[in-house]
Unconditional design. Structure first.
Length: 502
């Protein structure tokens, strides 16, 4: 499923509007024909999105070959999200300050090098560390994609470019799971799971060479100095806020992942308490910085926009259920049912395809239906999650109804996510749009992190506590997680009903 929200770049047109000038801005000295520029930036977006889902399918193989504990495997999956979520807004602001082309190249380089290091890792600790670095590369790279589209295309050309951007988001999840399954099952040259990371290396190298030739230079015709002053203000990086947020997220994540495995020792509770203290300090600092006229990472005023707090809750719920569902189902169908990585990737395809299709078409549905989409989406997710658990509870394969339940989860999550995001951003003033987009982007990533940590810990703890055959114990753990996932979705449905009554 798609997990990328709009970039934190300034919204709206830069340069002439539709029909008032050329559809594409060219920079002398570069071969920046529109098709090539769009292909380069969209390919980077696709590669980074692919990496989120391609690793899920490889997780059981990584666990078996590296001897990773359940907690270690969770950190392999979540490590990428930790640094991506924390550094996302900073990456967008660095692009504003230093140039989107420059940050695109830097982010792509970091991502490519980190992918190579992940593929060559010899232990779980190394892999986690390089996944953190990979997430940092994405945080520098991804915010520049939409910014480059916004700043280099106008009129109908921009509309087509954004359509291509949306299409990539819609198909990236399904493609990642299928490609991950193919690469792991192929076991190229006996490399097992490693090609899911190494595949990024040649692609990244080609993109680096091509991007250096085709992307418009920063400060050129495509991005005049006057644009920044007239259309937006280049804001500070808020490094103290970044440190506080990073520390708080880390102190929250580590005990959620390791606490259950270690028997919830004293340090885990101290860590959770410290995370709460640091989140409080972060909020206080951000409010003070905003009152002084600074540029906080998350502007407190944005949370006071009508409906924004509710949108934050719903997006967190959607992404937590999304990530938790993918993680525990992957472990079950590969570990409990013995599916190959390829079959596992194909099994999840209906969920991802339906998610993308609904996300691209819901705006065309009748207005009377659209009013109830959000609570209906969460309710459908809850019912479908329980159905998956019940269909697989005896260690069987579920039959055709299982794929219908998977499609139901994809449709439900999409209905909970896409209308929430669109409506939340539609109520924001243009001058607050960058802050709102940055907030929702960060929340989406943190939601995934919470989903992997919480639902993953629940599944692994339940699995390890069973003494029965592996298939049955895995199915039992899955059923417990299915009820928990449904409970989270019900909370989202209730929040949607509150909004509907208003």
């Amino acid at each position: 499923m798609t997990t990328t929200t709009p970039s934190t770049a300034a919204p709206g047109p830069v340069g002439p509007g539709p029909g008032s000038g050329p559809a594409f801005s060219k920079t002398p000295g570069t071969d920046n024909r529109p098709g090539r520029v769009l292909a380069v930036v969209i390919a980077a977006q696709f590669m980074a999105l692919l990496d989120v889902f391609i690793v899920n399918v490889a997780a059981p193989t990584i666990r078996g070959e590296l001897g990773a504990s359940g907690a270690g495997l969770q950190l392999v999956i979540a490590g990428y999200t930790i640094t991506y979520a924390v550094l996302l807004i900073t990456g967008a602001r660095l692009g504003d300050r230093l140039g989107h082309r420059r940050l695109y190249l830097v982010g792509l380089t970091v991502f490519t090098v980190a992918s190579l290091a992940c593929g060559l890792s010899r232990g779980t600790g190394e892999l986690i560390a390089f996944r953190l670095l990979q997430g940092a590369g994405s945080a520098l790279l991804i915010p520049q994609v939409l910014s480059l589209i916004q700043r280099n295309f106008t009129g109908e050309a921009r509309t087509r470019a954004l359509g291509a951007y949306a299409a990539v988001l819609a198909v990236g999840a399904a493609a990642g799971q299928v490609l991950g399954g193919i690469l792991v099952s192929a076991d190229l040259f006996g490399t097992s799971w490693r090609p899911v990371f190494l595949v990024n290396v040649p692609v990244g190298a080609v993109l680096l060479i091509t991007a250096g030739r085709v992307l418009p230079r920063d400060g050129g015709a495509a991005e005049k100095p006057g644009d920044q002053g007239a259309g937006r203000r280049v804001r500070g990086l808020d490094l103290p806020g970044l440190v506080l947020l990073g520390a708080a997220v880390s102190l929250l994540t580590v005990p959620l992942v390791l606490g259950q495995q270690e028997g919830w020792p004293l340090w885990s509770w101290l860590s959770l308490g410290s995370a709460a203290v640091l989140f409080t300090l972060f909020c206080a600092y951000e409010s003070r910085l905003a009152r002084r006229g600074g540029a906080p990472l998350i502007a407190p005023g944005v949370l006071r926009i009508p409906g924004m707090g509710l949108a934050v809750f719903r997006i967190t719920a959607v992404m937590a259920v999304n990530a938790g569902f993918l993680f525990v189902l992957t472990l079950h169908i590969q570990g409990g049912l013995g599916y190959s990585a390829l079959r596992a990737g194909l099994t999840f395809a209906p969920t991802a395809v339906v998610f993308g299709a609904v996300g691209l078409t819901w705006r065309r549905w009748p207005a009377v239906v659209q009013r109830a989409l959000i609570p209906a989406g969460f309710a459908l997710t809850a019912v479908s999650a329980v159905a998956v658990g019940l269909l697989l509870r005896d260690g069987g394969e579920g039959g055709p109804w299982l794929y219908a339940a998977f499609a139901g989860i994809g449709a439900g999550l999409s209905l909970g996510f896409s209308p929430t995001l669109t409506r939340a951003l539609s109520t924001v003033r243009p001058e607050d749009a960058a802050d709102a987009s940055g907030l929702l982007s960060t929340v989406a990533q943190l939601g995934q992190l919470i989903g992997v940590a919480c639902f993953g810990a629940l599944f692994l703890n339940r699995l390890e506590s069973q003494g029965a055959a592996e298939a049955y114990s895995s199915a039992d753990a899955l059923l417990v997680c299915a009820y928990a996932l449904a409970g989270a979705a019900v909370l989202g449905a209730v929040s949607g009903l509150v909004r509907l009554r208003r």
